[in-house]
Design a protein around this ligand. Structure first.
Ligand SMILES: [Zn+2]
Length: 329
């Protein structure tokens, strides 16, 4: 009898140990089936999003994702997933604006991981980067990232980085896809420019935010690329081991749209691996080089430029403007 009791006691204490050792993120009930406490819908959503993303990307832990203070943007992905954004307002406005985009290709996991690392740095008090106004999107293509296996394209099979409304898109993007890529399904540009909710929202966000620089992250070519207007911001020569190597301009790409059509410099980091993160030392090197480049181009070179002479505003002849222009805010 005593031996039976002892046996049961051991089993119970063992099961307690196993339960305690099980990571809470796996033991926790799925948010979708658990009624959310009143007023906690956003927190529940956040948990579901971070849980899914951090299970897909082993380099990111749940807690840093949950504490990154990400907010869903107004538009969801094709499959109804949130696109999350973190905004860092500058310590002293007005300030130069920087838009960071990770994970636009869902199978380039490191391109999202590195953005989560940058989010941790940006949250540190008194970090040198707080002189800029940041908007940071770690996972631009959640459906691609969370597909099994992850896919470059979105849930409708569109390469979001070929879907931006660049010049002559209707003529060039389908032709490029058919002749140059030989109808590669990984590079399908879509049926029309900005046809996808993800790329349409990003296009609108670029127009709204008017960043001074766009930083877009990809993998695995191990280079630095730059698209931009001929004056203003100079191309960076290197961030860490990534050296400038202009890989060309593609119809519908973000670099083509931002750099050439909108006149916004776009720096593209092509990390060397899609699955394996750079070392800590290399990550630090990349971040420091990027900060130096931002400081030189967005602060020092601008301060060195002579201020434009103040010109009194000429009265607007409203009769000469179309009706829309007069009534627009
Ligand atoms: Zn890519």
């Amino acid at each position: 009898m005593f031996r039976n009791y002892l046996f049961l006691l051991i089993i119970f204490s063992l099961s307690d140990t196993v339960a305690a050792a099980t990571p809470t993120r796996r033991a926790a009930p799925a948010p979708a089936t658990q009624p959310a406490p009143a007023g906690d819908a956003a927190g529940n959503d956040m948990y579901a999003w971070c849980n899914a993303v951090t299970l897909a990307i082993p380099q990111i832990k749940l807690k840093p994702c949950m504490t990154a203070d990400l907010k869903p943007v107004a538009v969801k992905s094709v499959r109804g997933r949130h696109i999350m954004l973190r905004e860092f307002k500058p310590a002293q406005p007005p300030a130069a604006r920087v838009l960071v985009i990770g994970g636009i290709h869902g199978d380039e996991l490191t391109s999202a991981s590195i953005v989560f690392r940058w989010l941790e740095i940006l949250q540190q008090p008194d970090n040198a980067a707080s002189v800029y106004h940041w908007r940071v999107i770690p996972v631009m293509n959640p459906d691609g990232l969370l597909a099994r296996p992850p896919t470059r394209v979105n849930a409708r099979g569109v390469d979001l980085n070929r879907n931006f409304p660049t010049y002559n898109w209707l003529k060039e993007a389908p032709r490029y896809w058919e002749t140059k890529t030989r109808r590669d399904p990984r590079r399908y540009p879509g049926r029309s420019p900005a046809s996808e909710p993800e790329s349409r929202w990003l296009h609108d966000e670029i127009v709204r935010f008017r960043p001074d620089v766009i930083v877009s992250i990809h993998a695995p070519y191990g280079v630095l690329d730059f698209d931009g207007p001929p004056t203003g911001v100079e191309a960076p020569l290197r961030f860490g081991r990534l050296h400038l190597n202009r890989v060309g301009v593609y119809p519908g790409s973000l670099g083509n749209f931002g750099g050439l059509k909108e006149g916004i410099p776009v720096v593209t980091l092509e990390l060397p691996h899609a699955l394996k993160m750079p070392t800590e030392a290399e990550l630090t090197h990349v971040w420091n080089d990027m900060q130096r480049w931002l400081r030189v181009n967005l602060i020092e070179r601008r301060m060195a430029q002579p201020a434009a002479p103040a010109v009194p505003a000429a009265p607007v002849d409203t009769a000469a403007l179309p009706e829309d222009a007069v009534s627009a805010p």
